[in-house]
Structures are given as structure tokens and as C-alpha cells.
Design a binder for this molecule. Sequence first.
Ligand code: G3P
Ligand code: MG
Length: 251
Amino acid sequence: MWPYPGIIAHRGGGTLAPENTLAAMRCGVQHGFRAVEFDVMLSADNVPILMHDPVFGRTIKGTGNVSDATAGELTRMDAGAWFGVQFAGECVPTFEEAVHYCKKHHIWMNVEIKPAPGFDVQTGRVVAEIARRLFAAEIASGAPAAALPLFSSFSFDALAAARDAAAEIPRGYLVDAIPADWRQKLQALDAIALHTNHKKLSADQAREIKGQGFGLFCYTVNDPGRAREILSWGVDAFCTDRIDVIGPQFS
Ligand code: G3P
Ligand code: MG
């Protein structure tokens, strides 16, 4: 059985706040969410920070690679102004800051490991090592599954490195369309779930994955009708940008 929440705020606060910021998570909390997905990338000095794009220009002003900036530089950058003046000055959080915020507010985390190109293994390893330290008490006490985050990644190598560094923290393998060898990939990663694009998922595929005993997570579902449809197929969970339309108790 899926031990985690079923409806998850994508990138913190979906369309209501600047993605991958603490302001986004505050917005999710204000909408009743206690489950979040966010993206984690490494800085030049190996500090995981919350970031989706590997290059500047969309959410952060400037040009060049995120992986060339240090954590000190990144955490001073404005990650909110692009979204609206009321968010100006909202900074890039470190992964560690995000975990502290989520723990304090009892928010469950789907941590998407998002390596910049060429940094797959390093990103998976560093993120997992830090998570292992931050959740050491939960791991040692055998706390319920939902007390730990769920890692996910499109990068097989990043997830394999996360498994090697912190096997106790569960993994979901992220794909766009479901590949023919999905089951072998999940088994190789010792992953508990497949995370897939709902637009490319069929009812038959959903039944097959569930029938094989794996969790099934979809991204990013913004239409209530479609959400009901995939839930009827046995999908365990999905993330949404429309936290104003699809609430945490949606069914
Ligand atoms: O983790 C699900 C989803 O966030 C994957 O796509 O590009 O929004 O990170 P993306
Ligand atoms: Mg993501």
C-alpha cells in the first residue's frame, strides 16, 4: 500500500507562488497541503539547492550554468521577482533549509534529484548523504515510512548513487513515457514506485504496474476530471500545479 499522501503540491506551491522557494511551501501550507515535490540540484561547491532549470534566465535573472555558482552566490539570488513583485527578494533555499521547513510544518517530501548535465552520480550521492544525516533519528527509530522523504529522478545514475549512499530512503524512478524495461529499472534501483507523465499513461499500464506490486505516481495533473480518471485506474498519488483547484483531500 502507498504509505504517503496522495495529492502533492508541485514545486512547492504550484502556479500560485515562485517554484522551489520557501514562499511556495508556505503557500501550499496555506492551501492545506502537507505534501510537497521539489527539485534539487548541486551548486559549484557541492551544496544541494532547490532549482529546476540547469541554466539561469527563467526563474533567476542572468545567464550561464547554475552548477557554476556557489551556494553562497545562489542563496543570495532572487528567485521570486520573476513571479511577482510581492515575492521579490525570495531567495534560493538550500535543500537542508527546505527539509528543516518541511519537518517543522509536518510536510512530507518528494525530493526530485535533478542533476545538472554531467553531475548525476555526484548529485544523487550528496543529496542522499545529507538526507541520511537529516533523517538519522527517523531511520534509527524505524519511524513510519511517511516520516522519510521519497527520492525520485529521471536520472537512473543519480538514483543508483542515492541508493548506494542511503539505501534506507526509498526511491521512485521518474520517466516520461513508460519504457519497456521499466520493471528491470525499478528492480535494479530497488525502487518502490514508478513516477510517470500522466499524459502518456494508459489504464492498462496503470493496472500492470499496480498488479506487479509497485507504487504509481503521476505528474503533473491539473484537471480534476483527469485526476479522478487516473485515480480510478489505481494511481496512488500525483502532484499538481493547481493547488487552488485540487485540494489535499481530493478524491
Ligand atoms: O517529479 C515530478 C515532476 O516534477 C517532474 O517534472 O520537470 O516538473 O521537475 P519537472
Ligand atoms: Mg520536479
